[in-house]
Design a protein around this ligand. Structure first.
Ligand code: CA
Length: 232
């Protein structure tokens, strides 16, 4: 039985009811908020396990809600936005959101996102990913202190950029990282938004870590947004 508490922030009654009904079928506990003020209050007073946040709210910009929550908490935030709000989605991820769902979404998609977030939360119990000495995910292993990565026990021959890229994705496992976030972290601001270069390095990295680079197991592509390492 799922006992997690999910905060559902959505002003559209039909969408909110769909989400609530879906959560009930899986026995998640939930609370609802119809606007930004209620959302921030609920996040403070109930400390939910996951927040599902609609970006288009009547009283407050969704991005500001993320920034407010991030000022005191790392609770996972899954953003819900309309297809026309692609830039908002990217801004939301850069502000600290973990994942996104695009409207209209299916019940299966919603549950899949919650499961991905749960796997990440489960992986975070104990040592924070940023403080781990060794990272393990499926057949992939990174020994941060030695600066080496392994696949099924075999050392991977990665270039310094590929290694940095792999570590960045691993330290944020389960989370969608935007192109801007990745390029800034790997190359600094001068390379900001050089998505073409990032794609090249990602392709060479995938050839080394994915059994089938065309249907990757570890690194997921989010077209127009960025990449995510999945927790296997
Ligand atoms: Ca809305």
């Amino acid at each position: 039985m799922n006992k997690q508490l999910i905060l559902v922030v959505e002003d559209d009654t039909a969408v909110r009811n769909l989400i609530i009904t879906t959560l009930e079928t899986q026995e998640y506990r939930y609370l609802t908020a119809e606007n930004g003020t209620e959302a921030v209050m609920a996040a403070i007073s109930h400390n939910p396990d996951i927040v599902l946040l609609d970006l288009g709210l009547p009283d407050m910009d969704g991005i500001d809600i993320i920034k407010k929550i991030r000022s005191w908490s790392g609770m996972p935030i899954i953003v819900i936005s309309a297809r026309s709000e692609d830039t908002d989605k990217i801004d939301a991820l850069d502000a600290g959101a973990d994942d996104y769902l695009t409207k209209p979404f299916s019940v299966e998609e919603l549950l899949a996102r919650i499961r991905v977030t749960n796997r990440r939360l489960a992986g975070m119990q104990g040592t924070a990913p940023s403080q781990q000495v060794v990272f393990e995910n499926g057949d992939l292993k990174i020994d941060y202190s030695a600066g080496c990565a392994y696949l099924s026990g075999e050392e991977l021959h990665l270039t310094p950029i590929e290694y940095k890229l792999l570590c960045l994705l691993a330290k944020n496992v389960g989370k969608v990282l935007t192109h801007t976030y990745i390029t800034q972290n790997i190359w600094g601001s001068a390379w900001e938004n050089d998505v073409a270069s990032l794609r090249v390095f990602m392709a060479t990295l995938r050839k080394k870590i994915e059994k089938d680079p065309d249907s990757p197991q570890y690194i997921q592509t989010h077209i127009g947004v960025g990449y995510r390492m999945l927790k296997l």
